[in-house]
Design a protein around this ligand. Structure first.
Ligand SMILES: *[C@@H]1O[C@H](CO)[C@@H](O)[C@H](O)[C@H]1NC(C)=O
Ligand SMILES: *[C@@H]1O[C@H](CO)[C@@H](O)[C@H](O)[C@H]1NC(C)=O
Ligand SMILES: *[C@@H]1O[C@H](CO)[C@@H](O)[C@H](O)[C@H]1NC(C)=O
Ligand SMILES: *[C@@H]1O[C@H](CO)[C@@H](O)[C@H](O)[C@H]1NC(C)=O
Ligand SMILES: *[C@@H]1O[C@H](CO)[C@@H](O)[C@H](O)[C@H]1NC(C)=O
Ligand SMILES: *[C@@H]1O[C@H](CO)[C@@H](O)[C@H](O)[C@H]1NC(C)=O
Ligand SMILES: *[C@@H]1O[C@H](CO)[C@@H](O)[C@H](O)[C@H]1NC(C)=O
Ligand SMILES: *[C@@H]1O[C@H](CO)[C@@H](O)[C@H](O)[C@H]1NC(C)=O
Ligand SMILES: *[C@@H]1O[C@H](CO)[C@@H](O)[C@H](O)[C@H]1NC(C)=O
Ligand SMILES: *[C@@H]1O[C@H](CO)[C@@H](O)[C@H](O)[C@H]1NC(C)=O
Length: 696
């Protein structure tokens, strides 16, 4: 049924094959090493309008892009509204008789549409006998609105520090004024460098991107840069978003794009909405992250990532959908698009597209976006084969209902766990996608981190962080495990697990029900910190729904009886399963064992009846009990009993369970835990007073 639903979603997802890049045979998206994303362009019909016209000057050996309106060399263009140009420096040199030589006069920068970025550029003065002045204008050139005057004096070379620009030989000031349209600056001297000529014949003044120049002592005698980079702000038009939105020329064309007023109040910028990537100025430019990643992947196998952008822009549509459940549809959709692409002799397309090469922008975005790179790294099959010694049996960590988990060592010696899902029918694919989406949203210290995936194989592979110390179940039930878990550790593990589940239920943008909480799905790391794993069965719940009807899934012994009977899944089903985990921690017994007498086979029911008959102490693991912790054990047992209530609504929420466990933990009077108190208490207070979200 799920598959069917996704297909329906898929069909309704818009797949238009509308042309993206305005048609022009003379349009190039790259000049020299600079890529030219729309709204910039080299011809009138492939750029938004005049301010965005770039001339590609082919006269020298390396083609140079020029901002046509102002005849300035462009160093790079970013879709975030910044642009780097190069501009001349001003110098003031003297010969040994104190007569000026080689001095350039004023340096002037006048921009017809864009402005000097505020806070990103600095005005630098260089020289031991040098004054530097800068004048700035806003829109009306006749009104002087900004001035910086800086100077520095020094009479000997030892006064000048080697590196720092602190007023001896060099001074600098950040240009904090926004919206400057023109600047004029120069360097001049008081004493014609007569006293300092031996080490400083010239003075210099220039405006430069803040990070692109660091003073060094040798610059006093030998500063040879004729041009330096300056950062400009660019924006579309001169209206605000509100004014421009109703108009026909509104530039934020992409679905899933948003408009932002420019920093200096003149014009606006567009941005893909969160969850989308690409070029917001193109009609189909913003693409869901998963589809985007997927397309990048399909390109990387055929040598060039860049062309993906072009393919995407030219022939395939936006996969319109929200960030969460819709991303799922997106991935399925892009699988289809991917197959479709293949059919159409993708390679021929790419060759053609390669020459146009406008997709570099997309690669830049990926390179820029750390989130995406980290949460959705794409591994090649070759890489993972190598990591697992060709999926050798000796590397198998575990086998479960949904697949096999291998241990792998990546080329950088990082150890990972690689999950290979079983293929039975379509369902595992859906589950796989589910898992990717769920996990890539989660960043919690007690949830196993998804490092990436490999989509090259028929059955997709998931790559997780490797959790070193096995499952909680092993620690509780495997006698060959060397040391037994102490009560303090068990209580901490329970608290961490409860915290993670509460987080999944309430803090993520879409509530997630794990559906298969059990001790074999709680992993422990070196420090025995709990990490909840295996979201193979997890379920996303739309925010306005509190229950969903599903095929019953889960593990016997942990399965919520109410869910089992009604097939209605709620967050309380996880609470029940967690209750079973608590009883396991308290008793060190397995949740279900056919070796026990019939009435004790199911630990949960046996535990509940023991508590109700007042025989708690008989069922507890005796080795845990000591005079200090009886109260804690009792409280945790009571909590477990509440979690195991038959009616879901009588069970506490996971958040309440987590808070209760926290409270019980700080009753602990173990001296070595004492340091732990203050920070925990602070956390608790914070939690009680903060909004619905919980931070552990
Ligand atoms: C678009 O460009 C192609 C050549 O690249 C040309 O064959 C086609 O006629 C052009 N279409 C329009 C509408 O100009
Ligand atoms: C392309 O450029 C050539 C010369 O540079 C010109 O003759 C031709 O008309 C241009 N074509 C288009 C579609 O602008
Ligand atoms: C553009 O600037 C260069 C020097 O940077 C100059 O040689 C050229 O003549 C200028 N072109 C125009 C059209 O002003
Ligand atoms: C300094 O240079 C100026 C020209 O910039 C010249 O008129 C003046 O005579 C020079 N002064 C000395 C002391 O050499
Ligand atoms: C002045 O320019 C000439 C050639 O343009 C150069 O050889 C000389 O070193 C320069 N002098 C100074 C002080 O920069
Ligand atoms: C600057 O560097 C030179 C050699 O690189 C060194 O001799 C001198 O002591 C340094 N001066 C300072 C103030 O660090
Ligand atoms: C200048 O120094 C800063 C901070 O040390 C560094 O990030 C930057 O890359 C340096 N810039 C250059 C051009 O060396
Ligand atoms: C698990 O952790 C404990 C304590 O840090 C350690 O003694 C034990 O060797 C570890 N077991 C494994 C399988 O790594
Ligand atoms: C117990 O652990 C050992 C090694 O840690 C393992 O070889 C064995 O299969 C485990 N036994 C069970 C029943 O899981
Ligand atoms: C949940 O919300 C969506 C849109 O916000 C709406 O279309 C849907 O009907 C709602 N479902 C229920 C059960 O209220």
């Amino acid at each position: 049924m799920l598959v069917q639903q996704f297909l329906v979603y898929l069909l309704t997802a818009k797949v238009a094959s509308q042309s993206q890049d305005p048609n022009s045979s003379n349009c190039t998206r790259k000049c020299g090493s600079v890529s030219i994303p729309y709204p910039f362009g080299t011809t009138a019909d492939c750029s938004l309008d005049d301010p965005f016209l770039i001339t590609c000057d082919q006269s020298s050996s390396t083609p140079t892009p020029l901002l046509q309106a102002d005849n300035k060399t462009v160093l790079d263009i970013s879709l975030d509204g910044e642009l780097r140009i190069s501009h001349t420096t001003s110098q003031d040199c003297y010969d040994d008789r104190g007569q000026p030589t080689n001095s350039s006069s004023y340096s002037m920068l006048q921009l017809s549409h864009f402005s000097i970025s505020s806070g990103r550029n600095k005005f630098v003065q260089l020289g031991c006998d040098t004054n530097a002045d800068l004048f700035g204008w806003h829109l009306q050139p006749d009104r002087l609105t900004y001035y910086i005057g800086i100077s520095s004096f020094c009479i000997s070379a030892d006064q000048v520090p080697n590196k720092s620009c602190n007023g001896f030989g060099c001074s600098e000031k950040i240009i904090s004024e926004g919206g400057l349209r023109a600047i004029l600056f120069n360097a001049d001297s008081m004493k014609n460098h007569t006293e300092v000529r031996d080490f400083n014949p010239c003075g210099h003044a220039f405006v430069v991107e803040d990070k692109a120049y660091n003073f060094s002592f040798t610059d006093l005698s030998d500063f040879n840069r004729k041009t330096v980079p300056i950062v400009l702000d660019w924006a579309v038009g001169d209206q605000t978003c509100q004014e421009a939105k109703p108009g026909v020329g509104f530039a934020c064309k992409a679905e899933h794009s948003e408009c932002f007023d420019a920093k200096n109040g003149i014009g606006y910028l567009c941005k893909c909405s969160s969850g989308f990537r690409g070029n917001p100025y193109l009609l189909l430019g913003c693409v869901g992250i998963v589809a985007f990643t997927f397309l990048l992947h399909s390109c990387s196998t055929a040598t060039n990532i860049l062309n993906c952008g072009i393919l995407l822009q030219r022939h395939y549509s936006v996969f319109s959908a929200g960030v969460t459940i819709c991303l799922l549809i997106l991935l399925v959709g892009s699988v289809f698009v991917y197959l479709e692409l293949k059919k159409r002799k993708l390679i021929a397309f790419r060759k053609q597209a390669f020459q146009k090469n406008g997709g570099i922008l997309l690669q830049q975005q990926i390179a820029k976006d750390k989130d995406l790179v980290e949460t959705a790294k794409i591994f090649t099959e070759k890489e993972l084969r190598k990591a697992t010694n060709n999926f050798d049996e000796s590397m198998v960590l575990g086998q479960g209902g949904t697949g096999t988990v291998y241990r792998g060592v990546l080329s950088d010696n990082k150890v990972v766990a690689i999950k290979k899902s079983k293929i039975v029918d379509q369902k595992p694919v859906v589950q796989f996608i589910n898992e990717v989406i769920v996990l890539s949203q989660i960043n919690h210290r007690n949830v196993v981190k998804l490092l990436g995936c490999c989509l090259e194989t028929q059955v997709p592979l998931l790559v997780y962080e490797f959790v070193t110390n096995g499952t909680l179940s092993d620690h509780l039930h495997n006698e060959s495990q060397s040391c037994q878990l102490s009560w303090t550790i068990r209580l901490r593990v329970a608290t961490e697990t409860a915290g993670a589940l509460a987080y999944l239920h309430s803090a993520t943008s879409t509530p997630i029900i794990h559906r298969d909480v059990k001790t074999t799905n709680i992993l422990l790391d070196d420090n025995l910190i709990a990490k909840v794993s295996d979201f193979g069965a997890s379920k996303l719940v739309p925010l306005n729904k509190t229950q969903v009807t599903t095929l019953v899934q889960g593990t016997l012994g942990y399965l919520d009886p109410e869910y089992f009977q009604t097939s209605k899944l709620t967050e309380k089903s996880d609470v029940y399963s967690f209750g079973v985990v608590l009883t396991e921690l308290l008793t060190s017994k397995k949740a279900l064992s056919f070796e026990r007498p019939e009435n004790e086979r199911n630990l949960a029911t046996h535990f509940v009846s023991s508590i109700r008959e007042g025989c708690l102490l008989q069922i507890l693991d005796n080795s845990l009990v000591n005079h200090k912790n009886t109260r804690q054990l009792k409280e945790v047992a009571n909590l477990a009993e509440e979690c195991l209530r038959v009616k879901g609504e009588e069970r506490p929420t996971m958040k309440e369970v987590a808070l209760e466990l926290e409270r019980i933990r700080i009753m602990d009077t173990d001296p070595w835990e004492r340091d732990y108190w203050p920070s925990r208490i602070r956390l608790l207070v914070k939690k009680y007073f903060s909004d619905k979200r919980m931070y552990f």
